[in-house]
Design a binder for this molecule. Structure first.
Ligand code: DQA
Length: 144
């Protein structure tokens, strides 16, 4: 699970849009569901584009089967993160807490939806659980 910039501030950041769940609580809930599904879940958050690119590049060598990705603001700008995902060819599900399609025009430009297995948007922290379940269903026993 990879979370991009400013998602470390969940819980206090624009709570009317993103809710009051902290990233730690979302990660803990996801870890609990992952363990029920017998998925080995690693969580990572960074405010830095290059660190996210490095994490994605490294995922292939470590045998990661699938990625849950909330690129944060990079959703609308990062060719580099998109290219990393295409390079490693690891399937991923795009997650957004908010309903991005109902927000500002600049958020309608998305560099990930067309290459994601699917997108979960607008369901807050629940979106990560649903994304995890979808990865499990779609990748089956290969999920790691
Ligand atoms: C977000 C939506 C993005 O537009 C925004 O920049 C974020 C969070 C979401 O989860 O709803 O940082 O990815």
């Amino acid at each position: 699970m990879i979370n991009g910039p400013n998602l470390n501030l969940l819980g206090t950041r624009e709570t009317a849009i993103y809710g009051t769940d902290t990233l730690a609580s979302i990660e803990a809930r996801s870890r609990a569901r992952a363990s029920e599904l017998k998925i080995e879940l690693e969580t990572f958050q960074s405010n830095h584009e290059g660190e996210i690119v490095d994490k994605i590049q490294g995922a292939r060598a470590r045998g990661v089967a699938g990625v849950l990705l909330n690129p944060g603001g990079y959703t609308h700008s990062s060719v580099a993160i998109r290219d990393a995902l295409l390079a490693v060819k690891i399937p991923f599900i795009e997650i957004h807490l908010s309903t991005v399609s109902a927000r500002e025009p600049f958020r309608q430009h998305n560099l990930f939806s067309d290459i994601a297995l699917g997108t979960v948007s607008g369901l807050g922290g629940l979106g990560y659980i649903l994304g995890l379940e979808a990865l499990h269903e779609l990748l089956g026993t290969k999920t790691r």
